[in-house]
Ligand binder design. Structure first.
Ligand SMILES: O=C(O)c1cc(=O)[nH]c(=O)n1[C@@H]1O[C@H](COP(=O)(O)O)[C@@H](O)[C@H]1O
Length: 239
């Protein structure tokens, strides 16, 4: 099993990432490669992380017609990543197609990458949901509904705020993964996130994995920030 700490490597280039990772040398991490880095560096950056022994979450949040998602996932499975994602808003058939593509692209003998669905972005609040997206249900119920739809479509779990993890576990069962971004230390800036939770609270609420970017990557001492994350996840207080 991988470490529960997924570090979001939101950097513009391989050079910047290498500089950030230098103090961690020798520590196998669970890294997240998102649009910013992948669109610049492509599959080679995934191969580099795998060679260095890191687990990889390739976060491209696919959301398109079923056939396009299926064919794209076939290619992503060949990269040997551990985790990928889609937007649950793409609907049941799209999510089923994502799994079909992953099954078809996974090399024989290898494990299929796990696939999770974004319920509602952690930058979304209740007002946005109603006034901009025109979703009339309460946010928590919407997240819970999307999680149930994702599960019925064959997903391995969801991306949600840790605030919703308990609800999702009650509805979908303990083994359905809750991967939770929007993680902040109590004294951190929230930036563009809205539904934020501390590492310690995220664990108490039932998160399986926490995704954390700027609180580590922009910290004055990233290694110390990563240690603080482990400490707080394990129930420790920070002065
Ligand atoms: O799918 C994601 O990883 C994701 C979903 C979501 O709802 N919210 C969210 O913040 N993320 C990602 O998680 C990371 C959070 O980064 P920080 O806000 O810097 O900790 C970013 O790379 C986002 O793209």
């Amino acid at each position: 099993m991988h470490t529960p700490f997924i570090v979001a490597l939101d950097f513009p280039s391989k050079h910047d990432v290498q500089q950030f990772l230098r103090p961690f040398s020798g520590t196998p991490l669970f890294v997240k490669v998102g649009m910013e880095l992948y669109y610049q560096e492509g599959p080679a950056i995934i191969a580099m992380f795998k060679e260095q022994g890191h687990a990889v979450f390739l976060d491209l949040k696919l959301h398109d017609i079923p056939n396009t998602v299926k064919q794209a996932m076939k290619g992503l499975a060949r990269l040997g990543v551990d985790l990928v994602n889609v937007h649950a808003a793409g609907g049941r058939r799209m999510m089923e197609a994502a799994i079909e593509g992953l099954d078809a692209g996974t090399p024989s003998g290898a494990a299929r990458p796990r696939c999770i669905a974004v319920t509602q972005l952690t930058s979304t609040d209740e007002r946005m949901l109603h006034e901009e997206l025109w979703i009339s249900q309460p946010l928590e119920e919407t997240v819970s509904h999307y999680a149930a739809l994702a599960q019925a479509s064959g997903m391995d779990g969801v991306v949600c705020s840790a605030n919703e993890a308990t609800l999702i576990k009650e509805r979908c069962g303990a083994s359905f993964l809750a991967v939770t971004p929007g993680i902040r230390f109590a004294d951190d800036s929230v930036h563009d996130q809205v539904r934020v939770v501390t590492p310690r609270k995220a664990r108490a609420l039932g998160a399986d994995y926490i995704v954390i970017g700027r609180s580590i990557t922009r910290a004055a001492d990233p290694l110390a920030a990563y240690s603080r994350l482990q400490h707080e996840w394990n129930g420790g207080e920070t002065e």
